[in-house]
Design a protein around this ligand. Structure first.
Ligand code: NAP
Length: 254
């Protein structure tokens, strides 16, 4: 990676021990940022940190279940003590405990989806402000989804939670512009990770999925990492309140 747009910057990426979060963390570090890796399981954090250290990248790790207030507090305090501040927050963690249409979603599953996907993103953004307000080029990136634009039948409530993140991005961008904090989002299409496995694991589901994608392939996590690096860099210095769709041309009209 010859592009070093993030030298001297410090980043937190939630849920960054595999999949899209891992690729984002790796790319930010490859571009020169110091990155705090985190997810719920200590073994996953250690594995991801060791892999990235093995590539001579500047990373550290801490366990953080985004739904736990004490874990979020530790995420910020560890980042401050290890790296000395914060310039980039990427809120990437999300859950989808049920498969089914929106009105079939059980109330407890609805609450969990909105708690982790929406409320915890808002809390992380709020709790990051004391550190981001001290940064010279602060930014927040929220990971939404193509499903936030065009709801997936089998991911009803999850899709609505991702639509809420489009609104959170817009509203917070207005709020935080006074501090020079840019807030943007990324709406990935169907990316090859564990999370989306049911959409491609058999030949039949793979074909049905690919039929909806004009580029006729799944996206790869690194194709989202590159967008996160752009949004956090000075190359995106006049962009705020926007969500970039990377979905191989899938329908995306809200
Ligand atoms: P993934 O490959 O399944 O990775 C999930 C990561 O999240 C793991 O590192 C996991 O580690 C961590 N995690 C899970 N729950 C967590 C929690 N409560 N707190 C902190 N970390 C947690 O998932 P992914 O596909 O990369 O998805 C990442 C984001 O992209 C999500 O916001 C998802 O909605 C979005 N997205 C994905 C796709 C897709 O097709 N894959 C499409 C659009 C949007 P632990 O088990 O150690 O916690």
């Amino acid at each position: 990676m010859n592009c070093k747009r993030l030298e001297g910057k410090i980043a937190i990426v939630t849920a960054s021990t595999e999949g899209i979060g891992y690729s984002i963390a790796k790319r930010l570090a490859q571009e020169g940022a110091k990155v705090m890796i985190s997810s719920r399981k200590d073994s996953n954090v250690k594995k991801a940190v060791n892999e990235l250290l093995g590539e001579n990248l500047s990373v550290a790790g801490v366990t953080c279940h985004v739904g736990k207030a004490e874990d979020r507090k530790k995420l910020f305090s560890e980042t401050l003590s290890k790296f000395g501040g914060l310039d980039i927050l990427v809120s990437n963690a999300a859950v989808n405990p049920v498969v089914g249409s929106v009105l079939d979603c059980p109330e407890e599953a609805w609450d969990k989806i909105f708690d982790i996907n929406v409320k915890c993103t808002y809390l992380l953004m709020r709790e990051s402000l004391p550190l981001l307000q001290k940064s010279k080029s602060p930014s927040i990136t929220i990971i939404s989804s193509i499903a936030g634009y065009q709801p997936f039948d089998i991911l009803g409530a999850y899709s609505v939670s991702k639509t809420a993140l489009l609104g959170l991005c817009k509203a917070a961008a207005e709020n935080l512009s006074v501090y020079g904090i840019r807030v943007n989002g990324i709406a990935p299409g169907i990316i090859k990770t564990k999370f989306s496995e049911t959409l491609y694991s058999s030949e039949a589901t793979y074909e049905a999925t690919i039929d909806k994608v004009p580029l006729r392939r799944l996206g790869m996590p690194d194709e989202i990492g590159s967008i996160a690096a752009f949004l956090a860099s000075e190359d995106a210095s006049y962009i705020t309140g926007e969500t970039i769709i990377a979905a191989g041309g899938m329908a995306s009209r809200l």
